[in-house]
Design a protein around this ligand. Structure first.
Ligand code: SF4
Length: 224
């Protein structure tokens, strides 16, 4: 477990993260807001591949299928063939079709536009009732689609932040989520989220982190 760092060092580490996130993804101030369902699909893909590939996959789906209902009634193998020939596509397609079927069964529709009429807490609960939608994934939709200032904290984000000395433990708890949110300006939440999707999930791995591919390795005491 990395040592706890001083408040001054934490601030420096947090500033460095923001700098790297903005350098890679921009400030995202004028980004196009996606509908809640489009965002949820993109977020699902971002957890199995890179943000860049996930964005391309969403674009391809929208080009090949008339709407989400057509995806829902399609076989996952057909959906996967539209996404990519890579391994992640099969997993992504299965998750997507399952989620759309459950959404349809629960709400008799294949959109989530009604979330905009709910409070953030209600919207999060509604999203969490869908299969594989954990709190952090629901929070991604709240942040990126509904404009709620919340910083999602996945298990991978908590692990990376703990290794960087920003958190005392690596659990994705609500307490740790709040601690992290206090360290950053709300305006940076979207860029940070994308940064964590790319590096916390795919580089700062639980057993064998790929520190030689990590942009913040120089200031990470847990890194190899
Ligand atoms: S240097 Fe290694 S341990 Fe540290 S944050 Fe990067 S990947 Fe994780």
């Amino acid at each position: 477990m990395p040592r706890v760092i001083s408040q001054k060092e934490r601030k420096k580490q947090a500033d460095k993260l923001v700098q790297l996130a903005i350098r890679k993804h921009g400030e995202l101030k004028n980004r196009k807001t996606r509908s809640p369902l489009n965002q949820l699909v993109l977020s699902l893909f971002c957890h199995v591949t890179s943000v860049r590939r996930a964005t391309r996959a969403l674009r391809e789906l929208k080009r090949h299928f008339a709407d989400w209902n057509e995806v829902r009634v399609s076989h996952p193998v057909e959906v996967a063939s539209v996404l990519s020939s890579a391994m992640w596509a099969q997993e992504g397609a299965e998750r997507l079709v399952w989620m759309l079927r459950e959404l349809y069964d629960a709400h008799n529709r294949t959109n989530l536009d009604f979330l905009g009429e709910l409070t953030p807490t209600q919207a999060r609960s509604c999203l969490k009732r869908l299969p594989m939608v954990r709190r952090d994934l629901a929070d991604e939709v709240l942040l990126l689609s509904l404009g709620v200032p919340v910083l999602p904290c996945s298990a991978a984000t908590a692990r990376m932040c703990c290794r960087l000395g920003l958190l005392k433990d690596d659990r994705p708890t609500v307490k740790n989520q709040r601690r992290l949110a206090k360290m950053f300006d709300e305006a940076c939440f979207a860029s940070l989220l994308l940064f964590f999707c790319d590096y916390a999930e795919k580089v700062c791995l639980p057993d064998e982190p790929l520190c030689n591919r990590c942009p913040i390795a120089r200031t990470c005491r847990a890194g190899k």
